[in-house]
Ligand binder design. Sequence first.
Ligand code: NAP
Length: 285
Amino acid sequence: MMVKGTTKNLGIIGCPVEHSLSPILQNAALQDKGLDYIYIAMPVKPESLSTAFAGMKEIGFVGFNITIPHKIAIMELLDSVDAGAKMIGAVNTVVNENGVWTGYNTDSMGFISSLKNNGVVMHDKQAVILGAGGAARAVIWGLLEEGVSKLTLVVRDREKTMPMAQHFSQRIEVEVIEWQSTELKTVLNECDILVNTTPLGMAPKVDVMPAIDMATLKNGAVVCDAIYTPIKTKFLAEAEKLGHKIINGEGMLVGQGAAAFEKWTGITPSEAVMTKALHEALLKK
Ligand code: NAP
């Protein structure tokens, strides 16, 4: 990829940002499509967010991604925030739309496209989400938009999670139970889509998994994990042993990048190219 005087700027801001895989995914996709853009990682401290954003505006960035800790703080600096990102309460993608700086949340789009790419139907299905942090909010919104008939969150602290569940309880009620609840068995027995959004099982602690009895899960339920390192968590391996279809977090990661790419360039990237670049990067880690 040759960077020239005409090259358009994209990137990601965060603190830290060095670990981000987005530059690898995005530059592979840009190169594949022969587009004259460059995507760079930019470390931005919390107190420097508004000056960094002003600088990117001045330079004429086409757009950028946002990671921890700016996903919420960026919202008040933008001209417009899309309805889904508002519901989720976080922006991970900003697009310069003819001078109107608009925020989106493509994590949600990435999760849904990864399920669709795996042939999973969500409409009228019952979903159970383990954990209720940032990734869960994107997953919840995506599943609600797709028309699930029931959504249950499994958490450590029900009281703490209730305001969030009520926020999302518009078309259907979002239920909240704790891990020890006797209701968990019934909920799993009726569950069609189970999603782990806790960090349990993420490298390097690959020997742990969320505390559920996988044997109580409904036959044929699809089991998803937001984690992508390792590629197959203990949670997914247990589910696979019992014959469940499994989906790891790789598709969500690639999907959120692909949705952002499309918003910036108007071109649909090759998810296969992005996935290959991701695999190569993870192998080197
Ligand atoms: P987060 O905001 O910190 O949320 C983590 C959630 O897990 C919280 O609800 C937390 O509960 C719960 N949790 C943490 N440790 C737990 C434990 N020992 N037992 C039970 N529950 C526990 O983190 P996040 O940003 O949502 O990220 C979660 C995972 O998703 C990470 O592994 C991350 O890498 C992955 N992720 C993947 C993608 C992707 O594109 N594939 C995108 C985003 C995130 P409390 O509220 O009680 O602490």
